[in-house]
Design a protein around this ligand. Structure first.
Ligand SMILES: Cc1ncc(COP(=O)(O)O)c(C=O)c1O
Length: 329
């Protein structure tokens, strides 16, 4: 692992085109309701407030992905996800606001009344192609067919994978690690751990690469919400390695920490611990989480605090990655 000084993260990112619709930097504040005198201090970085298109972690990824699409001369965007995809909602907003034609390939039966994210997709006026299947391969096959049709119509298409988790998308979270280092400086604290929800792996992979570039010494703990721990760790490792290659950085496997203790029966299946975390954050902190991603990550945080897994002197950063439009489904 290369240990270089902090500014090299931003220097390394300089040669990548980037749009800047995210309202950055996002705030960091203490979660008083989780801090006990003489115990670990718990902080929250509010990436639910990245702002554009209702925010969340996807805005940071799309800052780089949309810039790459425009640099390649693309005029049409295809994004893939479930009916309630946070990523598709931000991609739709970002693409249309950047003058692109946007097509969403949405998995799951077309609901009679659109709610949550899907309602915003409709408001944005993008074309939704519904695939009545839960199988990601079916969604991908439809996206390929839609792309072929658009090519025949003379469109120049940029197709995004589920979650925008390509090495280019992950650059958004390489940059976020630089921002977290700035947060430390501003607040006069050193974080010992960052805890976040991990699914298509781009967020965690980007942070891990930022860590490799900066030599930041804390732990990045991905709470997996979709796949078993080993599989998720392998996905994060693969994407971090590919992202590192773009920046000439190598990533060590031991930096990749995935915890599957809050996964429960599977993706988007609510667990009692997740429900409790969503309630506590809302009622004691005034912070809205969701039941698919951040609720499970917060359940992992509460569990670790209960079990005294952190040292008394630790500063723990919970990364709120957004997704709370799910509450309006
Ligand atoms: C709200 C929210 N948090 C966390 C994640 C996980 O991020 P990643 O897919 O980059 O692992 C997602 C992904 O869809 C998300 O929507």
């Amino acid at each position: 692992m290369r240990n270089v000084s902090r500014p090299s993260i931003r220097q390394g990112l300089q040669r990548f085109p980037r749009q800047a619709r995210s309202l950055l930097p996002t705030p960091v504040h203490r979660l008083d309701f989780l801090c006990r005198p003489g115990g670990p201090q718990v902080w929250c970085k509010r990436d639910d407030l990245t702002g554009f298109g209702f925010g969340g972690n996807k805005t940071r990824k799309l800052d780089f992905l949309i810039a790459e699409a425009l640099a390649r001369g693309c005029d049409t965007l295809i994004a893939i996800g479930a009916n309630q995809s946070n990523f598709c909602r931000v991609a739709a907003a970002y693409g249309t606001a950047s003058g692109m034609q946007v097509h969403l390939v949405l998995g799951g039966k077309k609901p009679r009344t659109p709610t949550g994210n899907l309602r915003l997709d409709h408001l944005l006026g993008v074309t939704c192609h519904h695939v009545a299947s839960r199988d990601w391969d079916d969604w991908a096959a439809t996206a390929i067919a839609v792309e072929a049709r658009l090519h025949d119509q003379g469109r120049n298409v940029y197709r995004l994978p589920v979650g925008g988790s390509t090495p280019t998308g992950a650059l958004g979270y390489v940059e976020a690690l630089a921002e977290i280092l700035d947060d430390q400086k501003r607040l006069g604290v050193e974080f010992d751990a960052i805890l976040l929800a991990s699914s298509s792996a781009g967020t965690q992979a980007g942070l891990v690469v930022g860590q490799a570039m900066s030599g930041w010494r804390g732990r990045i703990v991905g709470m997996t919400v979709a796949k078993p721990g080993q599989q998720q760790a392998a996905d994060v490792c693969r994407l971090a390695t590919e992202t590192g290659r773009l920046l000439d950085v190598s990533v060590t496997k031991r930096r990749i920490i995935v915890d599957d203790s809050q996964l429960g029966p599977g993706y988007a299946v609510r667990t009692p611990q997740c429900i409790e975390a969503v309630h506590r954050f809302a009622r004691e902190g005034g912070i809205f989480l969701d039941y698919v991603y951040t609720g499970k990550a917060a359940a992992g945080l509460l569990d670790a605090l209960n079990r005294r897994r952190f040292r008394k002197t630790d500063n723990v950063l919970f990364l709120h990655t957004g997704g709370n439009l799910e509450l309006f489904e």
